[in-house]
Design a protein around this ligand. Structure first.
Ligand SMILES: Cc1cc2nc3c(=O)[nH]c(=O)nc-3n(C[C@H](O)[C@H](O)[C@H](O)COP(=O)(O)O)c2cc1C
Length: 324
């Protein structure tokens, strides 16, 4: 699959996720086999005003390449300015979010709001493509609701407007994250475009990933499945190439990866905020390990890196002690 100079067969992409796919998590997923990673969605209005808090969201590093910066907006002029400003950060490509379902965004014609207004959607894509030499891609949904599924028209328009790939979260805006992603649409959309199609929605196992590739899509994108299990990329690649399910990572590897990820988070955000915002990741790293209820409670109380590391090391020691 090609996006500009990127050429990867059947890429496994890490989905953009607000407050989750920050630089430390992207680096960890990359190490565990993600082929392409995306920043969380970032406001074009914030980028053109060079707001420090917003610019922090789109910091990228060499270790995570290829990496896309995802932006959103409801004004073509702001998208144009943001695309120009992003060029100096030199991501591998820019992705446009046309799928966020959240009320205050759609009210400003941002995200999935564009699914109600194809001419504006088109202007947004065209303005972004025209503003930059970087490849531009689009991530969207099936349509506004089940009565207005317009993805085939939208997909054609996205291609004709110069986008280099389309990611489809196979839900409507009104579904938000509820119900099921309807992968049958991938096959239909694949028939109407010649740019690469990346499928997204409800991938949690290597078997799911294989099944989604069987719809004919060129790449797949994993969101919540990677929060629950960042090893999913390695497991899926192994399954796709051998047909065998890899054993789960061992307890040492899980604890060591958790500590490494936390250290990166602290480096990136400072100690207090880094430890506090890491809490959402414990469930994924501790998944499947024995007797973790009290450990989880203790980790939730920690405010310092050394406290977390102590708790995790003590847990590991007691695990080995009880085994002997
Ligand atoms: C916590 C969270 C934050 C998200 N933030 C974004 C975002 O910033 N940009 C975006 O395009 N989609 C965002 N999404 C949607 C995901 O990228 C993805 O399309 C959706 O979760 C479906 O994929 P999944 O079933 O693999 O999770 C977010 C989803 C979650 C759960």
């Amino acid at each position: 699959m090609n996006i500009g100079p990127i050429d990867i067969d059947k890429p496994l992409c890490l989905a953009p996720m607000e407050d989750v796919t920050e630089l430390p998590f992207r680096v960890i997923c990359k190490r565990l086999g993600a082929d392409i990673v995306y920043t969380e969605f970032t406001s074009s209005e914030g980028i053109i005003r060079d707001i420090a808090r917003i610019m922090k969201k789109i910091e990228i590093c060499a270790k995570e390449r290829p990496v896309a910066i995802q932006i959103f907006g409801g004004r073509p002029e702001a998208m144009e300015g943001a695309a120009q400003a992003i060029e100096r950060l030199n991501p591998d490509f820019i992705d446009i979010n046309c799928g966020c379902w959240v009320k205050n965004h759609v009210a400003r014609n941002e995200g999935a709001g564009l699914l109600r207004d194809l001419p504006l959607f088109e202007s947004i894509v065209k303005a972004t493509v025209k503003a930059t030499k970087l490849p531009v891609t689009v991530k969207t949904r099936l349509g506004w609701d089940e009565n207005s599924i317009i993805i085939e028209d939208a997909a054609r328009m996205v291609e004709q407007s110069g986008a280099r790939a389309l990611t489809l979260h196979c839900r409507t805006r009104s579904q938000a994250h509820n119900g099921f992603a309807d992968w049958a649409w991938l096959e239909r959309v694949k028939k109407v475009i010649s740019i690469p199609l990346i499928g997204n929605g409800d991938l949690t196992t290597p078997e799911d990933i294989k099944a989604m590739f069987e719809t004919g899509c060129d790449g797949v994108m994993i969101g919540r499945g990677a929060i629950a299990n960042p090893w999913i990329f390695r497991q899926a690649r192994h399954y796709l190439s051998t047909g065998e399910i890899m054993p789960e990572p061992g307890i040492e590897e899980k604890i060591q990866m958790c500590i490494e990820h936390l250290r990166l988070n602290v480096q990136y955000k400072g100690e207090r905020y880094g430890v506090q915002t890491f809490r959402k990741h414990y469930a994924g790293y501790l998944r499947g390990l024995p007797n973790i209820t009290s450990l989880r409670g203790e980790l939730m109380q920690c405010t310092q890196l050394s406290q977390v590391i102590d708790h995790l090391n003590k847990y590991l020691e007691s695990y080995h002690y009880e085994k002997v």
